[in-house]
Ligand binder design. Sequence first.
Ligand code: BDR
Ligand code: CA
Length: 307
Amino acid sequence: MPIPVILDCDPGTDDALAIFLALASPELSVLAITVAGGNVGLEHTLANALALTALAESTVPVHAGADRPLLGRFTSEPRVHGETGLGGVVLSRGGYATPGVAADVIRQILRESAEPVTLIGIGPATNLALALATEPALTAKVAQIVLMSGAWAEGNMTPAAEFNAISDPEALAILLACGRKVVFATLELTAQALVTPAVIATWQGLGNGQCLQAACDIQATVPPSRRLVGRGAPLHDPCAVAWLIRPELFTARSCSVRMDLGPGPGRGRTLIDRWDRTGDPHNAVVLETLDATGFFDLLGERLAVLP
Ligand code: BDR
Ligand code: CA
């Protein structure tokens, strides 16, 4: 039986491939795609989600959600994703968003689902947190929460914080306190999923579908990471999706995670207690290692079956 999931995203060059991976994978049943502002403003992330799902000829409903965090100022990341979110790659316009605000739709799906639903979050956690904070009893219908978020060492937005985590730290704290374990694909994990020109060339040889081509075009725009001394561009978000499809590609550790919610330079840091120093109850699973070859093979195989 496929795993029922809701995919909450902010496309985003790497979100684009995560969406394709989820839609192409029979192991998952994508019930809805919900969108937040994040990498770029909501007007662009929503348009991108609609264009990407249209390209994949998907009928999965796409819903607009939060355009800002629960508290604080909205920040975006056009240096990595371009002004419109897909690195300047222009896709045909998609359809229209399905009526219903993300948090409401997430609650409705959880309420009506016969089986627990997995929440995948690959953007700021605002939509997921709003859904669970406004009807906490629905957490019982959540199978697990799988996020691309956080880091156990340094961040990529500030020395302390990763982009999704600092984009809405209070929302992430709500998820961590909800009673379901939160699975983290952190920056340390995604640093093992480096896109290089060789990876793109391999994908290009796998077919000539429009999604595969778009994925290659989009990834070709992403600059190699300065943080990773130019070794490649980390393909963050598909890691969270791949964990559900092929968990055997990963090693994972149960541990406790707390958010730094202070106003200082540590704001947005995920305090990941991998060695049980605090003795706090384990509220998270941290993905630690990735079989990168298996991951890129999976991605290529799935991109190649899309239109
Ligand atoms: C995360 O932030 C965004 O820029 C990416 O889409 C990814 O979700 C990586 O820090
Ligand atoms: Ca993202």
